[in-house]
Every structure is written in C-alpha cells, then in structure tokens.
Design a protein around this ligand. Sequence first.
Ligand code: SAH
Ligand code: SF4
Ligand code: F3S
Length: 475
Amino acid sequence: MNTKTTVISQEALDAQFAYCDQIAAYWQSLGIAPTAYVETYGCQQNEADSEKLRGYLVQSGYGIAAEAEGADVVIMNTCAIREHAEQRVFGNLGALTHTKRRHPRQKIFLCGCMAGETKVSDRIRQSYPHVDGVFSTHHLWQFPEILWNVLNRQKRQFFIEDEPGSIAEGIPQVRDSRLKAWVSIMYGCNNFCTYCIVPYVRGRERSRQPEDILAECRALIESGTKDITLLGQNVNSYGKDLSCGMDFADLLAAIAQIPGDFLVRFMTSHPRDASEKLFDTMAKYPKIAKQLHLPFQSGSTRVLKAMNRHYDRETYLQKVLYAKKVMPELVLTSDVIVGFPGETEEEFEETISLIQQVHYDSLFTFIFSPRPGTPAAKLDDPTPKAEKNRRFDKLCAVQNAISEEIHGSYIGKTLRCLVDGRDKELLTARTEGGRLVRFPGCDKLIGTYQHITITGATTWSLSGEIEKSSIKNSI
Ligand code: SAH
Ligand code: SF4
Ligand code: F3S
C-alpha cells in the first residue's frame, strides 16, 4: 500500500478554483443567487472541514443559509465515532427527501468520516437516491469538481476511494467566528486504538509545514482572532513525518511568540506522547492557555492494553501530576469509555478511583460502541447493556460532583475572560481554561477581554459580574 502523503499541487488546486468560477458563472447565467447549507456533526476537525466547504461554496457564488429548507446545496458533514452518531445522520438524511421535494433543484451531499466507510456509501447508493454526491475526507479538496459534475452532468458522484491522505494548502475558509479559530496542524491518526474508527476514515498521520501553520496563525491574529485552537487527533505526534526538526512543543512555543493579544490552545493530546517538555512549554508562555484535554479512556492498565493505548495507569497519573505541578491553575479535561468489551466491575472501579484522584474539571463520557472493522468490535462482550448503563450513570454522578466542587471553588475569584457572545439576557465569556461564564453586560463588550468576578456556579457553568473597579473595553 502507498503510505506516502500527497501534497496537493498548486495546479491541482487552481483546477478546483476554475470549477468554482464555472459554477458561479452557471448561476449567473440563470440569474439566480444560489444558497448552501452545511450541517456539521462530530468533532472540531469536522468543524474545520466545514469552514473549508463554506469557503469553496462562497467562492462558487453561494450564499450561506441557516437551514436546509430552500437551500440549493445541502452538505451533511458526518461523524462515524459511535453508532448513535451514524443513526442520527441517516435519520436526518431521510428527512431531506422532503426538503428536496419542496425545492427540486436542491443537491444533497454526504461527506466526512461516515463517507469513508464502504458500508455507508453502499447504503446511500442503494437506499438514498436523493443524495447526489458522497465524498470522503480525502476528497474534500475536490468538492468544486464534485459539485460541478453534479450540476453539469446531472449524475450522482461518489468520490470515496481510500488513500493514505493528502495535504491541501490554500483552500478558502469561511470561519464561524471572528474571535475564535480552529487551525488544523495535522491530519489523520496512526494510533489504531482498538475501539476507534478514525484511522480508517481519516488516513495516516500527516503534518502541515510549520511555516504554513505560523503564517495562518499570524494572519488570524492580525485580523482580530483572540483564541486559536490547534487541531489534530494526536497533536503530540506533530512533525514526526517531517524533517523540520520541530516537535509539537516547539511549534506551540513559536506560535506563543507571535505578537498580539491572544491565547493558543490545542486538542487532542495522546498521553503516550505528552512530554514534560510540552508541559514546561505550556507553563513558560503566558499566551498558551493553561488548559489540557488528556483523554485517559480507562483507569485500568489491563483495559488500556486491550485498547492499544500504549500507556498504563501509573504513567498517566505521573504525567498529570507533573502537568499540575508546573501549572497549578491548569484546567484538565478528559475522555473516558465505560463498558469496553470484558471490562470487569473492578476495572470500572479503577476508572472511578482515577477520576477521584485526578479531579478533572469536566469529562466527556462514552459507552463503548462497537465500530465494524475495528478489532474491539470482534471481542467477546458479555456485560449486559443495563450494567453498562449503570456504570455510566455512576461515572457521571461522581464526575458531576467533582465538577460542581471545582466550579464552587471559583466563587469570589476574579478572572480574565474573553466575552464571546450572548445567551438570552446574559453575555457569555470563557475563562482562560475554557470554562463558560454568564454575566450581565452590553453587546459592545463582545470580542473584548474583561475581568469577571465569579458569584455563582453550577456543574456546567459559572456566573458573575464585571469587576467593579476595572470596567474596561479591552486590554
Ligand atoms: N484522538 C482523540 C480522540 C478522538 S475521538 C484521542 O485519542 O484522544 C473522541 C473520543 O471518542 C475518544 O477519546 C473516545 O473516548 C471516544 N470514542 C472513540 N471511539 C469510540 C467507540 N467506539 N465507542 C465509544 N467511544 C469512543
Ligand atoms: Fe482514535 Fe486513538 Fe487515534 Fe484518538 S488516538 S483518533 S482514539 S485511534
Ligand atoms: Fe467523528 Fe471523524 Fe471527528 S469520526 S469524532 S468527526 S474525526
């Protein structure tokens, strides 16, 4: 198998931009201003991909719509991580038969991680004739060509050929927010955790060149972005496939030294490769947010081995202890799976004791979902569903109590927060660690940093008011 990363050439991208021009001219000749709606499922990687799809669409003359009803293009950018996520997509895809009936020129596309599964594309071919095109993440850079083929040839398009993966620089992006930006630093995953479908649908690990990433970050900061999240399935492997002599900590340090008032954060870190150098770098630079998402998945060394995670409970705990030592204010979050095949009650209790020991600010909790084609889906799984649900509920209850306690300890503190929007009558803001704060204030504060004194807390969020002595519009 060819495992080499393909770098998409400028000529190949220019050919895509030529399709954008053709599509725009096509609509212009009809005297129609077309619209497009992109629905995103799954993780930030998909959010970032949707921003590129919107970029291509705008370049092709489309206005971005807020719903599928009446839109000329509908794209479902899907997630395959758990069975439930896939069922939701199929349900919503079915409902699009009605929007298309009411607006017959609507063209419907399915892309993202589900599009990388043969069983999904087969099902679309056979049972969803109203879907005009399917393309996997490897083919996103060819979207203008796919759209043009659908418009021009009136024929369904399937761009689903598997490949190790490519890097395309220079696809336009229409970002969701002016204040916050996702910046992918690498794509794919080489880890093959036994439960996970991502390596099968997103290909091998491949890093963008540091100068491309730095240029993107510089441009964002100059245009007013205040919060950058670097994205990758395992950011700690950054650069291993390049010969640039830079690892992830070096890249982070370089970004943190760009002039301007901003914070940089990242996700996700695989504990195996999370180094003391990374934590020291985070501690050293004020512009690196003291927030770490470090998924542990299970507190049992036996289960971690069966998951192919390449670290054990003790090593994980040592790393967390070190990170907390060098960054006492660290906000720490994690992912955990309950009910992995063969997980015993004792092993589950090890997960509980780990979360009690670490004291996470919050957790993303999942019940194991067998993904066809992954090794874990073939394992014997004798634990009944009801028992898994009981474990899940217990896990959530323990964590909720911890989150509530940690949030409670914020009361009385004054924190510098980025005001990022409005939720009904209150403004919303984020602490440096990413905690949500609601407080009264006027819209002109959106986009500024404010010092907020925390006056209330729940499991999920904080509330407060602007520090009386220092009402300021920006810092
Ligand atoms: N690359 C990230 C995780 C991406 S997927 C990392 O390694 O940390 C996000 C989370 O979904 C995972 O951390 C895991 O907790 C969960 N997950 C992945 N596959 C799953 C499955 N088959 N069943 C249940 N949860 C799963
Ligand atoms: Fe999936 Fe593991 Fe890769 Fe994360 S590191 S994307 S859990 S295979
Ligand atoms: Fe889902 Fe793909 Fe992300 S499977 S979690 S959208 S990488």
